[in-house]
Design a protein around this ligand. Structure first.
Ligand code: UDP
Ligand code: MN
Length: 274
């Protein structure tokens, strides 16, 4: 049974991050989600990439770069470092949905995670670097123009202690750590790939139940090289990849090569024949 008023939402501000969004969307499809899939993009995303996105997502929604519609936005324009952050906040404007789960474009689901919609705003999993903060790569929220407006005002007034959306959202939903344990998602719903080797025994004990992998940090799956013949991620000298980390990377690349590359190649052929 499909639920049309709830959606998984991701964000890709450029064609590079679209690759991540596509793999995430495909992973949700592979595990037969009953919810809608929506992706927020900005005007710089190419028209070809938009058509590929439309074949995986139910909705491809262009959001404006900063404009000067009102004073709050104007104040935000003085803070260019909050640009991508601001873009993520647009997810609160999707008021044709009653409830959504936001997922970073560098995440991947390992099983069906539709039960996340049983949670309330604002639910998220602890951050592995500072567990009294939540990680903003996966969160449950309720679209609301009122909340959106409050978030913009808060951003303009206080900025973000880490310069990104995570600092801002943690300051805004500041009672997350203590108010309601029901809003703490299990870490398994946002397993950061670096946590795998900071606490190996815990990973060995619990890791098999992982539900969402998050490739957080500077090097994203699409930055690696992959051998299409051997189906292996190629390690360079800088990759201190543990076995598990590499197997998550291989999973990302499996989906990319099996389901996304063919779409991109088809697009390329069409563009060449024009
Ligand atoms: N993002 C984007 N374009 C960018 C940077 C970030 O679309 O240039 C979006 C994307 O959805 C990404 C999220 O913002 O997953 C958060 O950024 P990132 O995952 O790079 O941060 P990390 O999780 O590594 O802290
Ligand atoms: Mn991320």
């Amino acid at each position: 049974m499909s639920v049309t008023d709830q959606a998984f939402v991701t964000l890709a501000t450029n064609d590079v991050y679209c690759q991540g969004a596509l793999v995430l969307g495909q992973s949700l499809r592979n595990h037969t989600t009953s919810r809608k899939l929506a992706v927020l993009i900005t005007p710089v995303v190419s028209s070809g990439m938009r058509s590929v996105l439309r074949s995986v997502f139910d909705e491809v929604i262009e959001v404006d770069a900063l404009d000067s519609a009102d004073s709050v936005r104007l104040a935000l324009m003085q803070r260019p470092e909050l640009g991508v952050t601001f873009t993520k906040l647009h997810c609160w404007t999707l008021t044709h949905y009653s409830k959504c789960v936001f997922m970073d474009a560098d995440t991947l689901v390992l099983c069906n995670v539709d039960e996340l919609f049983d949670r309330e705003e604002f639910s998220a999993a602890p951050d592995s670097g500072w567990p009294d903060c939540f990680n903003s790569g996966v969160f449950v929220f309720r679209p609301s123009l009122k909340t959106y407006d409050l978030l913009l005002r808060f951003a303009a007034e206080h900025g973000s202690f880490d310069g990104g959306d995570q600092g801002l959202l943690n300051s805004f939903f500041s009672n997350w750590a203590t108010a309601d344990i029901g809003k703490h998602l299990p870490f398994l719903y946002n397993l950061s790939s670096n946590a795998v080797y900071t606490y190996v025994p815990a990973f060995n004990h619990f890791g098999r139940d992982a539900k969402v992998v998050h490739f957080l940090g500077a090097t994203k799956p699409w930055n690696y090289k992959y051998n299409l013949q051997t189906k292996r991620v190629m390690q360079d000298g800088t990759t201190s990849g543990s076995f598990h980390q590499l197997s998550f990377l291989a999973l990302w690349w499996n989906i990319y090569s099996a389901s996304i590359l063919p779409l991109l190649e088809k697009l390329q052929k069409m563009e060449e024949s024009e």
